[in-house]
Ligand binder design. Sequence first.
Ligand SMILES: Cc1cc2nc3c(=O)[nH]c(=O)nc-3n(C[C@H](O)[C@H](O)[C@H](O)COP(=O)(O)O)c2cc1C
Length: 418
Amino acid sequence: MSEHMKLGAFLMPTGHHIAGWRHPRAAADAGIDIDHMVRLAQTAERGLFDLVFFEDAAGLREGRVDLAAQAARSVGFEPISLLAALAAVTSRVGLVATASTSYNEPYALARAFATVDLVSNGRAGWNLVTSASEIEAANFGAQGLRAHRDRYARAGEFADVVRQLWDPATRNATVHHRGESFAVEQGLGFPASPQGAPVMVQAGASDVGRDLAARTADVVFVATQTFEAAKAFRDDLRARTSAHGRDPDAIKIMPGMSPVVVESRAEAEDKFAELQALIPDDVGLALLASYLATDALNGLPLDGPLPDLKSTEGMQSRQQLVIDQSRRDGLSIRQVAQHFAGARGHWRLVGTPSDVADQLEEWFVGGAADGFNVMPAYFPDELDIFVDRVVPELQRRGLFRSNYASDTLRGNLGLPVA
Ligand SMILES: Cc1cc2nc3c(=O)[nH]c(=O)nc-3n(C[C@H](O)[C@H](O)[C@H](O)COP(=O)(O)O)c2cc1C
C-alpha cells in the first residue's frame, strides 16, 4: 500500500452519468469549450489531484443505443493539444491524454508527448490504447479494424519504441529501430523534462492487455464494481509486474469510481434519482431490450410491469437478474430501464462525504487500489463537491496529501524519475 492514495480526475466534458449531459448544470458543447476545460483542470489542481485524464476516440460514435448521450460526450478537443493548453494554466497537476497505437506512428507520438512534458515541466502522461471500434478504423484507411492479437502486437512494439525515444540516457542517440510494424532512425534530439520521461498509463483488461501493462505501464486504470474484483485485478497485475522483473510498487492501480455526493444520504439519493430521471426513455428502453435480448417491450406502457418473457439464447443470467429485481421491487418498465442504464458498469458511490471516504478507505487500506480515477456524474458541480467535501475528509483521515509532494507527475505518484 502506498502512503497516500492517488487521485485522478477523469474529465469527460459533460460528465460520466449516461444522462449527465442533460443535467441543467452541464453544457452540451463542453467538449469544445476551453474555459470549461481550464476550470475543471484548475479545480482538480485545487484538490491536489495527481492528474487529470482525457479519454479519446478518433471518430464520432454512432450506431449505439445511447446515441444522443454518446454524441454529446464524444465531440471534444484532440487531447494532446488540449494538454498543451492546460499546461499553461496549471503548475502541479499531472496531464494525461489517451492516444491510439493503431492510428499513430511512435516517433510522432513520442515527440508530441515529450513536447507536453517539457512545456509542463514534467507533468505529462500517455494513456496507451489500441482502439477497438470500427468507427475509428474507418477514419484511417481502408483496412478496417485489426484483430485483437495484431493490435496488441503493434502496441507492444509501439510502446518499446516510444520508451526508447523517451529514455533520457538515449535521447540523442541514434535509435535505428527496424521492427515488424515500425522503422525509426533518429532520436528526438531534445532534452528530458524534470521527470525524465512522460508517465505510461494503460487500461487494457484482456490477458495480453494486462501483460503489456505489467511490462510497460506506470499507472493502470480499470473498471471494477466490487472490492473482490478490484483486489483480484490488483493482485494479478502486481504478480505479472514482478514476473517481468519490475518492482510491483512501481505500478499504480487506479479503479474508476463515479461519486454522487451530498451532505445527507437522503439528498444524495434524491440527486441520483434526478439524474436517473433524465435518462431518455428510448435510450433506457433500448439498453434494457439489449440486456433482455428481446423486442417484446415495443409498444408496452412504460409505467406498467415487465411482461413474462421467454428465456432467450442471449445473456440468460443477465436477463434473469433484471426480471428478478423488477418483480422483487415492483418496478415498472421505465424504472427497470433507468436502473440498469444508470449503473453502466461503473462503481457508483451515492452518499455523504463520509460515506464516500469510508468506501475509498476500505478499498485503499484493503489492497484493492493504489488510488482512484474519479468520474463525476456531471460537470462542473460533482468535481467541485468532491474537491470541497470529500478531499478534506480523506485528508483528515491521513489518506490523502495536504500539499503536493513534487512538481512532477512521477514525483507525486511516488515513482522514480525515469
Ligand atoms: C478508465 C478507462 C479509460 C479508457 N479510455 C479509453 C479511451 O480513451 N479510448 C479507447 O479506445 N479505449 C479506452 N479504454 C478501453 C481500454 O483501453 C481497453 O481498450 C479496453 O479495456 C479493452 O481492453 P482489452 O483489449 O485488453 O480487452 C478505457 C478503459 C478504461 C477502464
